[in-house]
Design a protein around this ligand. Structure first.
Ligand code: ADP
Ligand code: MG
Length: 268
């Protein structure tokens, strides 16, 4: 959980929001692919039962493949299940795939010591500069385990009227995790992942985020807005990053720019 990338221990970033359909998974896939193109060594851990990061990076999980479920339920407290579960994608990114079985954990919890199991396994994992954890759309046991393991939270937001409220709720979940599990955790990055700038509300949300989080030189964290475009959905259906499907489209360019900002901050 240390913050150095030059010692081989990567920065762990939980990509979270308690709502579905805001663009967490799209952001995970595309920032991961872009950071890999910037020569960073990237691992994605997919802990959402829907497994859309897994499929979106072209991975089909075989019946005997270990997944994030085995990582989160292994009681040996070693890195064995994590290392066994890592698969290589075609896009220069490694992944711990998700499985439907994760649903049980979201409902039934992780049991004694379970909240720190992922954190312990990631603690001395070397060989990666960045580790993204794609969280499910709830502040339940799985997101909590991700936050316990993470250095930073990247909040993926919608440019709608509930945005401030969503960020406050996420912030209080982070505060809870700070108390018992992970003192150093902060929301350090925010991003608008599916931005349609044609309403006053959306424009106001963007302006507010720029004002509160955008002063990059002062430690700001606003990674920008990704324009809404049908190309994103097409890339998802083809199970490839947007940069592979439509490298010059507005969303591909915006994800590239966001990755450059993030890489700069991670390497600082
Ligand atoms: P989450 O992981 O937060 O549930 P997803 O990343 O799965 O959200 O995105 C929800 C849907 O919105 C997906 O169908 C995705 O393809 C679509 N989407 C996300 N970002 C964009 C965008 N910039 N333009 C168009 N569609 C988008
Ligand atoms: Mg998702």
């Amino acid at each position: 959980m240390t913050a150095q990338s030059d010692d081989g221990i990567g920065r762990v970033i939980a990509i979270a929001l308690q709502k579905g359909g805001v663009g967490k998974t799209t952001t995970t896939i595309n920032l991961a692919a872009e950071l890999a193109r910037l020569d960073m060594r990237v691992l994605v851990i997919d802990i959402d039962q829907q497994a859309h990061s897994t499929s979106g990076l072209g991975i089909t999980v075989g019946p005997d493949d270990p997944t994030a479920f085995e990582v989160l339920t292994d009681e040996r407290n070693q890195r064995v299940p994590l290392l066994e579960a890592i698969q290589k994608t075609e896009f220069g990114v490694d992944i711990v795939p998700a499985a439907l079985a994760l649903r049980q954990l979201e409902k039934g919890g992780l049991g004694p010591g379970g909240q720190l199991r992922l954190a312990k396994q990631l603690d001395d994992l070397t060989g990666y500069d960045v580790i993204f954890i794609d969280c499910p759309p709830a502040l339940g046991a799985l997101t909590e385990a991700a936050m316990a393991a993470a250095d930073d939270v990247l909040a993926v937001l919608e440019a709608g009227p509930d945005e401030v409220d969503a960020l406050v709720r996420l912030g209080s979940a982070v505060a809870d995790v700070q108390e018992g599990l992970n003192e150093a955790l902060e929301i350090r990055y925010v991003l608008l992942a599916d931005y349609e700038g044609n309403t006053k509300t959306a424009q106001n949300v963007r302006a507010g985020l720029l004002q509160d989080w955008g002063a990059w030189s002062a430690g700001g964290a606003y990674l920008g807005e990704i324009p809404h475009t049908v190309r994103v959905r097409e890339a998802k259906d083809k199970r490839v990053p947007i940069a592979v499907h439509a490298p010059t489209c507005s969303a591909a360019v915006a994800y590239r720019d966001a990755a450059v900002l993030l890489a700069e901050r991670i390497r600082a």
